[in-house]
Design a protein around this ligand. Structure first.
Ligand code: EPZ
Length: 420
């Protein structure tokens, strides 16, 4: 397994381009199963998770055509069976997103139950109960979700006990071809849910309310093909901006979307950065100053995203003062805290809050990544350390960050990948 070698102490400076959003691309690729027409998906990021989803399509008998820019054309009329095997699902939980499309279009689906992961147990009970409310027969046997329905799913009025992003996405996709109207209450408002809804509407779906907490879908007989470009990745955007703030740098990120990052930009301004925004770019300048500690609380959109909690914890580790960070979405998303304390950070976890007393700089050390966003936070910790840091198990990183070391090198970081 490769490692990343980082020589800290450099302030990031320069410009990078942001890739398409992983968490929008994954449900949109699954949505191509809803029609026998060809769907062309553009602006896909070059990530392991994207190739895993394309591999999963292959498992179903669907052969995507990929061009040199990684635009993908999918025509699912060649589908042969409806089973998402454990070997693939265990590497990517988002495989669960084929459940709704397979069930509503083919009346059957067998998807391995995603296990827990480093950040929590991550059950999918809400996906299952919502589809059952729409008339699906679902059992969980031998680690597989076995779902079927005679005829069509029926529209239903669904109340989600918790805000669930992929739960909302699965139900919304299932409802597009169901009989009658589905209303999803307490729906996820994330921009990636809106991006999926816009793609489904381009395919002929009848959806309204996306982006709010009540989404209404009127089932139609069939969906047609379209060409759709995935939105920019707001988590990748925020990760680089936080890294620039932590290293007292000055960067500009292009091909992004400032209006969906308001909670993060507000916290970065509280940390002392000067932020300028344009239609599709964001510029952050620390004017060489040490960041100020910031307190925050993660919650579903539009609140501060859980996927940027670890990165902000890394910023707080070298900030002026103390800040508390509360994680309300996942039950175990502080794995990076222990690794950063090994690097000289001063953090203590109290329940679902980590209190961070900023230090001037960390000390480089060999550390290990546990999940996608924790990996990114350890890289930021390495960037603000004196001497050398090696980050192991960076396959987590390659799942969610396109060419991370190249982009950081473009910003002046001393970072390189070494085969271990
Ligand atoms: C999506 O995961 C994202 N992944 C995650 O990003 C993100 O952290 C998360 O939403 C929260 O924003 C994708 O979109 C592919 P949830 P998801 O269902 O949908 C509980 C990354 O780093 N829950 O919104 O799996 C669950 O345990 C990844 O890119 C149930 O209890 O998250 C959690 O506590 C990490 N039962 C909370 O809801 C269910 O049936 C929110 O989870 C479903 C969820």
């Amino acid at each position: 397994m490769d490692k990343l070698l980082i020589q800290g102490g450099v302030s990031l400076k320069g410009e990078i381009r942001i890739a398409g959003a992983k968490n929008s691309a994954l449900p949109i690729l699954a949505a191509t199963l809803l029609t026998h027409d060809t769907v062309k998906v553009c602006n896909l990021p070059h990530l392991y998770d994207i190739t895993t989803m394309i591999e999963l399509m292959g498992c179903l008998g669907v052969e995507p055509i990929i061009d040199e820019k990684l635009n993908v054309e999918i025509n699912s009329s060649s589908i042969k069976h409806f089973n998402a095997p454990y070997e693939l699902v265990k590497t990517m939980r988002a495989s669960i997103l084929v459940l709704g499309p397979l069930l509503t279009r083919y009346g059957q689906a067998e998807v391995a139950l995603p296990g827990g992961c480093a950040i929590g147990s991550r059950p999918v009970n809400l996906h299952i109960s919502a589809l059952q409310a729409m008339g699906a027969n679902i059992t969980v046997e031998n680690g597989y979700i076995k779902a079927s329905v005679q005829g069509k799913l029926k529209g239903a009025h669904i109340f989600m006990d918790l805000v669930t992003v992929t739960g909302t996405e699965n139900v919304m996709m299932a409802a597009t071809l169901a009989e009658g109207q589905t209303i999803i209450e307490n729906a996820a408002r994330e921009p990636e849910v809106v991006d999926l809804a816009n793609c489904l509407i381009a395919m002929g779906a009848d959806i309204s309310g996306q982006g709010g907490d009540t989404i209404v879908i009127n089932g139609v007989d069939e969906l047609h093909g379209c060409t759709y470009a995935v939105m920019p990745d707001r988590i990748e955007t925020g990760t680089y901006l936080i890294a620039a703030a932590a290293t007292r740098g000055h960067i500009k990120v292009k091909d992004t979307q400032p209006d969906i990052l308001e909670s993060v930009l507000s916290k970065l301004e509280q940390a002392g950065s000067e932020i300028k925004i344009g239609e599709n770019w964001i510029e952050l300048d620390m004017h060489g100053q040490r960041p100020k500690a910031v307190s925050l609380r993660t919650a579903p959109y539009p609140a501060f995203p859980t996927d940027m909690q670890a990165q902000f914890t890394a910023l707080n580790s070298v900030a002026l003062g103390s800040g508390s960070i509360t994680e309300t979405v996942f039950e175990n998303r502080f794995m990076h805290v222990h690794e950063m304390n090994r690097m000289g950070a001063s953090m203590r976890v109290e329940g679902n809050t980590v209190i961070v007393d900023g230090v001037e700089a960390l000390m480089g050390a060999p550390v290990m990544a546990t999940d996608l966003r924790a990996s990114a936070s350890l890289i930021i910790a390495g960037l603000v350390s004196e001497n050398e840091t090696t980050v192991d198990r960076i396959y987590h990183i390659d799942r969610g960050y396109e060419c991370i070391e190249e982009k950081l090198q473009l910003l002046g970081a001393q970072i390189r990948r070494i085969p271990s």
